[in-house]
Design a protein around this ligand. Structure first.
Ligand code: PLP
Length: 473
């Protein structure tokens, strides 16, 4: 493709992009594609000769688009949001055109230095301690794995990096029963073993019981295990439970255990001073991750990973073969040594665009708007005779179920499963489910930049109407 064709196509694509964002509401929020439907429309092998961009774009519209779930749709209330604001999309266009691989300072000084600044801007915006420094990771899963590896290595004075885990004993990790599966995955990958992940009981608000944590640590110590890491969750995935950071932090200090904070979704709310109570005790934490790509208007992927002890992080990951050496040495940050991957995308640019375009005030308005939507709607659900809330809902997520009279537990579960299916088949609204105390529950999460009050009202009307059609017989 020559440059004039590139220019022509790019203009056409930009028009399409603006139209898409303007009319995203007209698409069914959840794709209606059946398994294999898209594959069947794509040839078995690559074309022998190049094809025309107009044809390729046509196929994008005809084949790919119907197989997409529209995460920026105002009716997207499933999982957690993956915000992509227009400034963030614009930045990604530039990032994609520059196509730099930013593994070290020298491979693009601006990428590294902007990332340093952006991490510090984020740190200040969220009220994290001055000692915290960090880098952008692809996901919270990767950041949590990095924290766990770092905890393991620091414990053994970085010896297991070389010797493997054979010199050590059984490493135990602790998290609440509500912890995200990325922690289960991290203990597997880090070689610590899922049998050694202790899921600590939760209280009536689904937050970790610190007393039970301490008992578990004591009993592991008595059994000769090595308590390695505690993961505190701020905003659990199922229902947004908040673990008591300070009490858990004090236990970690007492037993000298790495304390990692997983605030993947709820961390964005720290931009609001009224939610800083969640990080009371952050002075006792070793690391924290939160995802601006979830709720802070910055498109996927952008996960902010902070650590207190930068040296420990680097010592865990640094490997310096001749071909990676640069003459700046350690006078600069080489982010390839701050995590698992060598090659790194230029992710700081979109963060810069977003933080500048919205400013602190714009970010706060966005967060407060969605918290307000959810709090108001949760009140309506609670007031409705045939619906019930199933857990506390401090932020922009609440869990509920339809509970008409006369149904037993199984029938209620079935009715709510059907309700969810029908809601999601409507194309207007997309919710996901969880289980709370064994009961099937629907999750409602607001966060899309395109969602307005009328969408919330329409969603509630739709839920009530569909509920009337759900029977168990
Ligand atoms: N931690 C929590 C609490 C989450 O809710 C999620 C995802 O929703 C994750 C971690 C994993 O996030 P990521 O997709 O960035 O790995």
């Amino acid at each position: 493709m020559d440059n004039s064709e590139f220019r022509k196509q790019a203009h056409k694509f930009v028009d399409w992009m603006a139209d898409y964002l303007e009319h995203v509401e007209d698409y069914p929020v959840k794709s209606t594609a059946r398994p294999g439907e898209i594959t069947a429309q794509i040839p078995d092998s690559a074309p022998a000769t190049g094809e025309n961009m107009d044809d390729i774009f046509q196929d994008f519209q005809n084949i790919i688009l119907p197989g997409m779930t529209h995460w920026q749709h105002p009716g997207f209330m499933a999982y957690f949001p993956a915000n992509a604001s227009p400034p963030s999309v614009l930045a990604e266009m530039l990032t994609s055109t520059l196509a730099a691989q930013c593994m070290s300072w020298q491979t693009s000084p601006a990428a590294t230095e902007l990332e340093e600044r952006m991490m510090d801007w984020l740190r200040q915006l969220t009220g994290l301690p001055e000692e915290f420094v960090g880098c952008i990771q692809d996901t919270a899963s990767t950041a949590t794995l990095a924290a766990l590896l770092c905890a393991r290595e620091r414990l053994h004075k970085f010896a297991t990096n070389h010797s493997g885990l054979s010199i050590a004993g059984t490493h135990t990790t602790y998290a609440s029963a509500e912890v995200h599966s990325s922690v289960d995955k991290a203990v597997r990958i880090a070689g610590l073993g899922s049998d050694n992940l202790r899921k600590i009981t939760v209280d009536e608000n689904f937050a970790m019981n610190p007393e039970d944590l301490e008992h578990a640590i004591e009993s592991d110590l008595n059994a000769g295990c090595i308590p390695t890491c505690v993961v505190v969750t701020l905003g659990s995935t199922s229902l947004s439970a908040i673990d008591p950071l300070r009490k858990i932090g004090e236990i970690c200090q007492k037993y000298k255990i790495w304390l990692h904070v997983d605030a993947a979704w709820a961390g964005s709310a720290l931009v609001l001073p009224e939610f800083r109570w969640m990080i009371d005790g952050i002075d006792l934490a070793d690391s924290l991750v939160f995802n601006p790509h979830k709720w802070l208007l910055t498109q996927f992927d952008c996960s902010a990973f902070f650590v207190r002890d930068k040296a420990a992080l680097i010592q865990t990951f640094e490997i310096l073969p001749e071909y990676l050496k640069t003459r700046e040495g350690d006078r600069v940050n080489n982010y390839r040594d701050w995590g698992i991957q060598l090659g790194r995308r230029f992710r700081a640019l979109k963060l810069w665009f977003v933080l500048r375009s919205y400013g602190q005030e714009g970010l706060q308005n966005h967060l407060r708007k969605h918290i307000g939507f959810c709090q108001d709607l949760a009140r309506k659900v609670e007031d409705h005779r045939e619906f019930e809330l199933l857990a506390p809902h401090p932020l922009a997520l609440f869990c509920f179920r339809y509970k008409p009279e006369g149904l037993d537990k199984e029938e209620l579960d079935l009715a709510n499963e059907r309700l969810l299916e029908k809601i999601n088949d409507s194309g207007k609204l997309y919710l996901t489910q969880t289980r709370i105390n064994g009961q099937y529950a629907l999750r409602f999460v607001s966060g899309s930049p395109t969602t307005e009050q009328r969408h919330i009202d329409e969603a509630w009307a739709l839920i009530q109407n569909i509920a009337l059609t759900v029977t168990t017989k």
